[in-house]
Write a protein that binds this ligand. Sequence first.
Ligand code: PEP
Ligand code: MN
Length: 362
Amino acid sequence: MQISEDSIRIQSINQWLPHKSKPLIISGPCSAENREQVLATAKRLYATGVASAFRSGLWKPRTRPGAFEGHGENALHWLVEVKEKYGFPLVVEVATPRHIEACLKAGIDIFWIGARTSVNPFSVQELAEALKGVDVPVMVKNPLNPDLSLWVGVIERFILSGITKIAAIHRGFNTWEKSRFRNDPLWDIPVKLKSIFPKLPILCDPSHIAGRRDLLLEVAQKALLLDMEGFMIETHFDPDNALTDAAQQITPEKLQELVSKLNIPVHSEDNPCRDIDHLRNKIDDLDSSLVTILSKRMEMVKEIAKIKKDCKMTVLQINRWNSIVEARTEEAMKLGLNENFVRNMLDLIHKESIDVQSKIIS
Ligand code: PEP
Ligand code: MN
């Protein structure tokens, strides 16, 4: 597949969604509930001056039937009024070719693909085909489950359809593990996405990650430190009485307050600060020693495997391993390292060691 060549044509987000100040903010209610709610939220958002585009859900994918599912096409003209009054480009979730058609007719500027749609390659392919030859920007939320390839696949389908104005939105993942968040951020997944598509703009959706107002700032700050371009974040003129996602929505004024509290870093290529070069050289030397030590360790593992084979010993010697983990973790913690980090690193080494030994023995 020529996807990596095609992905080179991905445009920088400033070319299609110009924003004067960093971070880029797309904001507005989770769903368009009525004309008053949409217009009052937009008016107050406009007054804050922090947002560059207005979002709203019109077709709401709900877990159970009977909940408020949005006003669909009937709400489009409220958004059009927002654009006429305040000049915001409009951003709407589309899940079917019919949604696309209605939005294009109404003049919606940017589409986003929701997390419940990006899990389904059939739906995504239909949407990508409906957008062939249409020069409209598309933002792709991560699928519900923590599957990087699935997310990459959605982006590839749009790129192959000729879309070059494309961005990803990180909104967290459904996991079995209990977490403080509504959707576990699993930050390493968007970081890996960035290494696959270095030119792809990535936004963060702190609202759906956090699920509650008091965690928004923490999530938003982390996203900026990971070099994300900005946020899609939900605002509502009366969050407590929102029909959807009430616990995570904030007023436009609270959004302005949140932005003022952020420490806003500058992308390294635009940042003239060079004081870190000599430290980076030292880190390179240390990393190189780490790799050398790991390779020496693996040579020992291979020697041990031969002996285990001759003596018909099992590869897994759990008591020996547990004592290694305890001793090294205690030592590492005394040196100020994080316990979880050390345990995870040792687990990785152990897994590789078992694989290498098993290969030698069988
Ligand atoms: C939303 O942004 O309102 C939404 C439904 O998001 P997600 O698809 O991330 O759940
Ligand atoms: Mn929502």
